[in-house]
Structures are given as C-alpha cells and as structure tokens.
Design a protein around this ligand. Structure first.
Ligand code: SF4
Length: 93
C-alpha cells in the first residue's frame, strides 16, 4: 500500500497529513469540513478557514496524523536557530 505524506500550504499556514497515522476518526472533517473534505481533491484546502481555526482542529487529531505550523513561526524558528549557532573557537597555540 502506498503511504502518502501530503503538505498543504498558503502564506499563513502549512498543514501536513501523514496517511500512515490516520485512523479516519473524522474529527477533522466533522469539525471543519470546509477545510478537511475527504470527498474533494485535494482533500485539505487551507484557504477555506483562518489559520487559527485550522490550528484548533489540527490539535484535536487523535493520532497526530495532522500537524500544522504557522509559516511566520517557521521563519522565527529558522532565525532563532541561526542566532544559536556560535562560531567555533579555535585553540590558541
Ligand atoms: S482527525 Fe486525524 S486521524 Fe481523524 S480523520 Fe482527520 S487526519 Fe485522520
């Protein structure tokens, strides 16, 4: 069986879906069917609700099949990681 790891994004948010973890419990499409619609292709449309609404539903996914990140946070994380990089000190001989 083919396993899908799909990613759906707009400027605000990126949602990832790991098919191997999804038990089709239906929390996502019951709570926010305009974004999560298994009868539509692609089945996740992140333009149909606010990033806040999507984050709230993703947090309720019982298996972790759905994950999401605010794209502004991705940027902050990257810059924070760069700040933490320290130059390697060379030994003084
Ligand atoms: S809430 Fe999570 S486990 Fe349930 S159908 Fe949606 S993605 Fe699958």
């Amino acid at each position: 069986m083919e396993i899908y790891h799909d990613e759906y994004s707009n400027p605000e948010i990126t949602v990832r879906w790991d098919q191997s973890k999804c038990i089709h419990a239906g929390v996502c499409y019951t709570e926010l069917g305009k974004v999560f619609n298994p009868l539509r292709r692609p089945w996740i449309d992140v333009d149909q609700a606010s990033a806040e609404e999507i984050m709230k539903v993703v947090e309720k996914c019982p298996t972790g099949a759905l994950t999401a990140v605010r794209n502004r946070d991705k940027g902050q994380t990257a810059s924070e990681a760069e700040k933490k990089e320290q130059p390697v000190e060379q030994p003084v001989w």
